[in-house]
Design a protein around this ligand. Structure first.
Ligand code: AMP
Ligand code: FE
Ligand code: FE
Ligand code: ZN
Length: 283
């Protein structure tokens, strides 16, 4: 029998979540999540703490990462779940990705300064406890009084198409997929809608990624309804891919991102069984 609740997409303070890894795992235990993928943006730094907490609480924590691929017209986020122990060479590769993120955030600060906003690097660094991302830049803007809330900061300053926007991810998606797969990962395309493609264009992109080693699509998210879940499940079937469930939880109170929620109808039991048989580090 597969576990009843599997959530393979979540964030902690190792990137832009608001709970420390151990706090996240404690919440998972409370919510009845039995298998939790910790998938912080471009880092595995929260995994050891989460796995230690999981051992005490009976939550199986899978070592995961959400890798940003280069995708100028949207976002290409790749979830990769790694075998235990995570290969040292892959950890070294993720440290380069963390450095890319810091460089990008510094460039964003420079753009904001050029736009006449009083903000410096220390303001942003202070907001982050792990890998830096746009939510931390947004929080620094709020602290400086240059934005009223994160939504405002994303709408006017750091969102796609805004003056300080710099896309994340320097690597071509195919290259990132290939590296993760070579280290034993299963890779799933997160929130496929964020590629900004549909119809044949989406199909062609998925075919390219599948040829590079993509293994799954995140077809079952808390923020996806029945029509979208069915469409992504069909897309996965056409390309011989697995489907994965995930909430993309960052913090309590963020609408439609409740830990353990994989939306309606959620992953089918047979699909979950197939997934768990192929998931590195899974029970
Ligand atoms: P980054 O990976 O640095 O480009 O930051 C992307 C992250 O910003 C996403 O994973 C979300 O957690 C967060 N985000 C994106 N859009 C918004 C928004 N409008 N308001 C708040 N957070 C957002
Ligand atoms: Fe995030
Ligand atoms: Fe994402
Ligand atoms: Zn995410």
């Amino acid at each position: 029998m597969p576990p009843s609740t599997v959530d393979l997409h979540s964030h902690s303070t190792a990137s832009d979540g608001r709970l420390a890894p151990a706090e996240l795992v404690a919440l998972a235990a409370t919510e009845g999540v039995e298998v939790l993928g910790l998938t912080d943006h471009d880092t595995l730094a929260g995994v050891p703490e989460a796995q230690a907490a999981g051992r005490g609480l009976g939550v199986r924590v899978i070592a995961g990462i959400e890798i940003s691929g280069r995708w100028p017209d949207g976002q290409c986020h790749l979830l990769a779940w790694l075998p235990a122990p995570v290969p040292e060479a892959f950890l070294a590769w993720t440290r380069e990705r963390s450095a890319d993120r810091e460089e990008r955030a510094r460039q964003m600060v420079a753009r904001l300064q050029e736009a006449g906003i009083a903000i410096d690097w220390e303001d942003v660094a202070r907001e982050a406890r792990g890998n830096i991302g746009r939510p931390h830049v947004a929080d620094a803007l709020i602290a400086r009084g240059a934005a009223t809330d994160r939504g405002d900061a994303f709408t006017r300053l750091v969102g796609q198409g805004c003056p300080a926007y710099i896309p994340s991810g320097k690597l071509e998606p195919e290259e990132a997929i290939g590296i993760a797969v070579r280290h034993g990962a299963l890779v799933s395309l997160a929130h496929p809608y964020s590629l900004g493609l549909d119809g044949d264009d989406l199909d062609r992109a998925i075919a390219r990624f599948a040829a590079a080693g993509l293994g799954a699509l995140e077809a079952h998210r808390g923020d996806q309804g029945p029509a979208q879940q069915a469409a992504y499940a069909a897309l996965a079937r056409r390309h011989g891919l697995l489907v994965t469930p995930g909430s993309d939880f960052h913090h309590a109170g963020r609408a439609e991102r409740t830990l353990g929620d994989d939306g309606e109808p959620g992953i089918a039991p047979a699909d979950l069984e197939r997934l768990l048989s192929r998931l590195p580090g899974a029970p």
